[in-house]
Write a protein that binds this ligand. Structure first.
Ligand code: TXA
Ligand code: MG
Length: 338
């Protein structure tokens, strides 16, 4: 059931649902989440079951404001506090040392907890209303089946998880890809998942250079934590291939030649690119990729879903530019292509 998330009665119903241990489709600025009371292990178990997600993959706990951290984290390093001051509420998740005994199921038993304070007004309203009922944290992974593309509209959530789920409609997500995740348990910021907030912004905000998880492997006291960095993830049904502009044109020419004069009833190939291409329009579903990284992030998952809905078998995508602002989009596309 989809409810208008801008109505106060929807917010109240959502908070009651969370309080009573039910699941909720929750809009945030990044993607829609599948939410439950982070302290209710049975409700958290229902999230894992609904998604088909392995129970050792920890969930992000969402809080209404920075004060909510005290319910879940043991300590907040100085550089992490600087990041909170700079970017909360917003699309940034911080991994912090966990308070013993809290949110055990949500964190997959790890001694750390991922915390995020979303800026979306509907998420904010739900988190505040829930906190007033004693629900201090809301565990919410993206509201898709495990390994699939994250939902960026309320309708996507229904497609993934069925019509029985209560979903608040908060419109299309403004960011469109999942939050930047930074591990703050290792003395310096370590990037676990790229997103809208870039390493440069992090360095400006906290004065420390962001490390990459891969570069630090072997140099750390602690092994890197399960970060959900599975290679095949965010995948549509169709096969995704990434190519630069010239390779894409060559592939299209070969494709057109192979087709000869024959015309398929429906396109089996979709192309998503920034460069100008000579495309056999009738046989190929073409969509223009914006030149701007954030505009591309905003529409990326919806575009992949639309290609799937049109029944194509192949999606050929122009590789994004090799610049930091494209890191989040490039990461999601590389996983989709795996
Ligand atoms: O933008 C987002 O972060 C969205 C919205 C709904 O807030 N949520 C989201 O959740 O993307 P999910 O579960 O799809 O991704 C959470 C990621 C996983 O890769 C998980 O491994 C990592 O966060 N994570 C959570 N807690 C962690 C922890 N304690 N240590 C290391 N990684 C953690
Ligand atoms: Mg996810």
């Amino acid at each position: 059931m989809i409810l208008d998330g801008t109505l106060p009665e929807s917010i109240a119903a959502a908070a009651q649902a969370l309080r009573s241990g039910a699941l909720l489709g929750l809009p945030t600025e990044t993607v829609y989440g599948l939410a439950a009371d982070a302290s209710n292990d049975a409700a958290v178990g229902a999230i894992f079951a609904a998604k088909g997600r392995p129970a050792n993959h920890p969930l992000i706990v969402h809080v209404a404001d920075a004060a909510g951290i005290a319910h879940f984290a043991r300590e907040v390093p100085t550089f992490a506090q600087a990041l909170i001051d700079a970017f909360w509420p917003g699309p940034l998740t911080l991994i912090l040392p966990r308070l013993p005994g809290v949110a055990s199921a949500a964190t997959g038993g790890q001694d750390s907890v991922g915390l995020r304070c979303p800026v979306h007004p509907v998420a904010q309203a739900v988190l505040r209303a829930s906190a007033s009922l004693g629900v201090w944290g809301v565990a919410a992974p993206s509201a898709n089946r495990f390994g699939r593309v994250s939902p960026t509209t309320a309708q996507h959530v229904q497609e993934e998880l069925g019509a029985a789920l209560l979903v608040l409609d908060g419109g299309a997500c403004a960011v469109g890809i999942e939050s930047t995740i930074i591990d703050c348990t290792r003395g310096a910021p370590v990037l676990l998942r790229p997103g809208a907030i870039t390493p440069d912004q992090v360095q400006v905000a906290c004065g420390l250079k962001m490390r990459s998880n891969e570069a630090l492997a072997g140099q750390l006291e602690q092994a890197p934590k399960a970060s959900g960095t599975l290679e095949s993830h965010y995948a549509p049904r169709a096969r995704v291939r990434l190519m630069d502009g010239p390779a894409l044109q060559t592939a299209l020419d070969i494709w057109a030649k192979a087709l000869g004069g024959t015309e398929a009833d429906t396109p089996v190939l979709a192309v998503y690119a920034r460069v100008g291409l000579k495309v056999p329009r009738r046989q190929v579903l073409f969509r223009h990729m914006p030149d701007d990284a954030s505009a591309t992030a905003q529409q990326l998952f919806a575009a992949l879903r639309e290609f799937d809905a049109q029944g194509v078998q192949l999606i050929w995508i122009e590789t994004p530019p090799n610049t930091p602002e494209w890191d989040g989009v490039r990461d999601r596309l590389q996983r989709a292509a795996h």
